[in-house]
Ligand binder design. Sequence first.
Ligand code: GUN
Length: 282
Amino acid sequence: MAQVIDGKAVSAQIKEELKGKVAALRTEGVEVTLAVIQVGDDPASSVYVGNKKKACAYIGIRSLSYELPEKTSQEELLALIHELNGREDVNGILVQLPLPAHIAEEEVIGAIAPQKDVDGFHPQSVGKLCIGQPGFVSCTPAGIIQLLKRSGIEIAGKECVVIGRSNIVGKPMALLLLRENGTVTVAHSKTENLKEVTKRADILVAAVGKPRMVTRDYVKEGAVVIDVGIHRMEGNKLCGDVDYENVVPVCSAITPVPGGVGPMTIAMLMNNCVESVGLQGK
Ligand code: GUN
């Protein structure tokens, strides 16, 4: 029987740990504060932003909410970021993506002070991850490492295959697995003989963005399967990039959707907010 990796339980454990740290900081007179910026009212983004603010309230982090109209100019958004960069009472800055098409995401991400970059998207954060220096790490892949470690799954020496090469998940995931001494392959939409590549994996991370694409013929017997995808299907049912029912008989451990990787992303964002406290003024 495959171990079902319970992301809800692990994220709840991390949030409890963070609650304690935030309370301890408060007794020292530090109020951990996250500024959350949303431009426009994309419904999915509104749900994500709402969940992030709820998690802040639960843990005791103060959140400052900036809900800007769709027509906000890039200059106006950059001016707000510069203001927040300079505020001593703001520890973390999060700009929800995607941004409207008239705003250059790269410019905006690059404008956030690296010591407040709790999403881990700034080129300096990515560069530090790449060369093994401490810095903020993108929340979803950081959450996956926590899930593996807290489920007792060894990474060192293992064949790890990541399907997907996005800046937010695939690339940082590969770098983190490498940092944990995994043997890492990054596969993507142009990879030839994809099934042969993924069948080598002891740990397979699916971040492809295609519902139920990964079936058992992509998976080695006994592999650990991590599903980053989340898709709403007809009948309102959620599914991942992995065909769960098909894969579960062949793997040794698997993350469900929902309740696997998803809850970890917000837990790691909260973790990054707490870590950002020590970086202020640096
Ligand atoms: N949009 C989708 N995922 C994310 C995320 O992790 N952070 C931000 N800022 N925007 C997102």
